[in-house]
Design a protein around this ligand. Sequence first.
Ligand code: NAD
Length: 481
Amino acid sequence: MQDKRNFYINGAWVAPVEGTDLEVINPSTEEPCAVISLGGQADTDAAVAAAKAALEGWMYADPADRLAVVKRILEVYRSRSDDMALAISTEMGAPIDMARASQAGAGESHIRNFIAAFDKVEFIAPLGDHAPEDRIIKEAVGVCGLITPWNWPMNQVSLKVIPALLAGCTMVLKPSEIAPLSSILWSEILDEAGVPKGVYNMVNGDGPGVGTQLSVHADVDMISFTGSTRAGIAISKNAAETLKRVHLELGGKGANVIFADADEKAVRRGAMHCFNNTGQSCNAPTRMLVERSAYDRAVEIAAETAEATAVGLASETGRHIGPLVSAAQFDKVQDLIQKGIDEGARLVAGGPGRPEGFNRGYFVRPTVFADVNNDMTIAREEIFGPVLSIIPFEGEDEAIRIANDTVYGLTNYVQSQDGARRNRMARRLRAGMVEMNGKSRGAGSPFGGMKQSGNGREGGVWGIEDFLEVKAVSGWSNDHS
Ligand code: NAD
C-alpha cells in the first residue's frame, strides 16, 4: 500500500505534525490502495504561514513571470498525464480511458484556457477619459484556502489553483480526503514546475478538521470551495467571523427540457449525459422534462439507453461506467432509488442492488424512473448516481415552472429545433448555465451557479477575476508606469 502521508508545505514534503491515518479505498475492489494523513491545526497553521510569507513576493511579481510558471506547469502536467489518469481512476473509480480523456484531460484543457485568458485580464486600466489620473488596479485577494471534492478531482483543482496563481494569490489546497492521490501528484507537478516555495501548499484533511480550520483562519483572505451545498453553508457560516471572501460551487439538479421537435438523438444523449461519471457530476441533467406528445417514446429510449450502458471495473479499458466513489455514496444512492419506488415513480430500468455479475465494489445499476413529479424526493435531491427521473410537461410555461422549481440553479438543458423558443427558454431558466441541443459551452466560458448552486464563476477571464480585488486610485502619475 502506498504511503502518502506527507503534506506539501513551503516547497517541501513534510511529515504531519498532528496527522491521523486514513486509508484511501479503491471503489472497484473495496480494498485500500494508499494511506494518507488527515492534518490538524498545527499542519494547517504551518501551511497558511508559508502562504502568508510568500504573498508579497508573488502578488507583486511581474504578471509575465506568473504566466511563465503556469506554462511550465502545463508542460509537466502533460508529461505526467498517464500517472494522473491512473491516480484518478484508482481513487474515485473513473474507468481508465475516461479518466485519461475527460478527468485528467480536463486539468490540461483548463490550464491551457487560463493561459489564453490571461492576456484579457487588465491588471491596471484607466477609469476613463474624464479622469486621466485615475487607475483601476486589480490585485490578488491574498492567501486562499482551496477546498475541492472527489468527483472531478483535477477539473476542480486546476480551476482553482491555476487562476489563483495567475492572479498573484498564494494558497493552501485541501483536496477531498476520499480522492487525494491526484492532488498529491498535482503537488509533485507544481514542485517540478518550479512554483516558488510557499506560494502553493497542500494539506490533506477532512471537513471538520483542515476544512474548518481554513474557513475560520484569520490569515486566510478567501475560501474557494467546490462541493455539497451542506458544506458550502457550513463554510459560509465559519468564514463569516473573519468576513473572508467565500466563492462557492455547489450541487445541482439540472433539468433537461426536451420538446417534441427535438432532434432524434436528444433523449439518448440526455440519458448518457446523466449516467456519465456514474452520475457523479454537479451539472448532470438528472431531471428529464419531456413534452407530453413525445413522452412515451422518450421513456422507451431512456430505458433502452440505461440497459445498454455497461458497468465495469475502473481498471478496464472501454466506454463503460465505473463504480460510485464510496460505501457512503453507494448507500445513499440505494436509499434514493428505494424512495423513488416507495413514492410511486415508475421504475423502467435498473433499480436497487448491484448490476448482475458484481458482488463487491460500489457498482450500481443505471436506473430510469418515469412518471416522476417534481415533488418527489428523487426530483428534489441531488442523487449523485446514475439515476434519471423523467417528468412530463405541456407547453413552455409549465416546463419553465418545473425546471425552476428547485433550490438549485447550476446547468439546465434545452432540446428543440425552434431557435426562437430556445432563446426564450435560455432567458427564463434560472441557472448559471444553459446548454442547448447538445452543444458544449466554448473554452473559457464561465462555470457556476445561481441560488443554492453557489455564487462563483470558474474558467476563463471570470475565473481569474474571482481571485482579484478591485483597487481604485486617484492622483496617478502619468509620467511613471
Ligand atoms: P463535500 O461537500 O462532502 O466535500 C467537498 C470538500 O469539502 C471535501 O474536501 C471535504 O473534505 C470538504 N468539507 C466537507 N465539509 C466541510 C466543512 N464543514 N468545512 C470545510 N470543508 C468541508 O462534497 P463531495 O461529496 O466531496 O462532492 C460532491 C458534491 O460536490 C456534490 O454536491 C456536487 O454537486 C458538488 N460539486 C459541485 C461542483 C460545481 O462546480 N458546482 C462541481 C463538482 C461537485
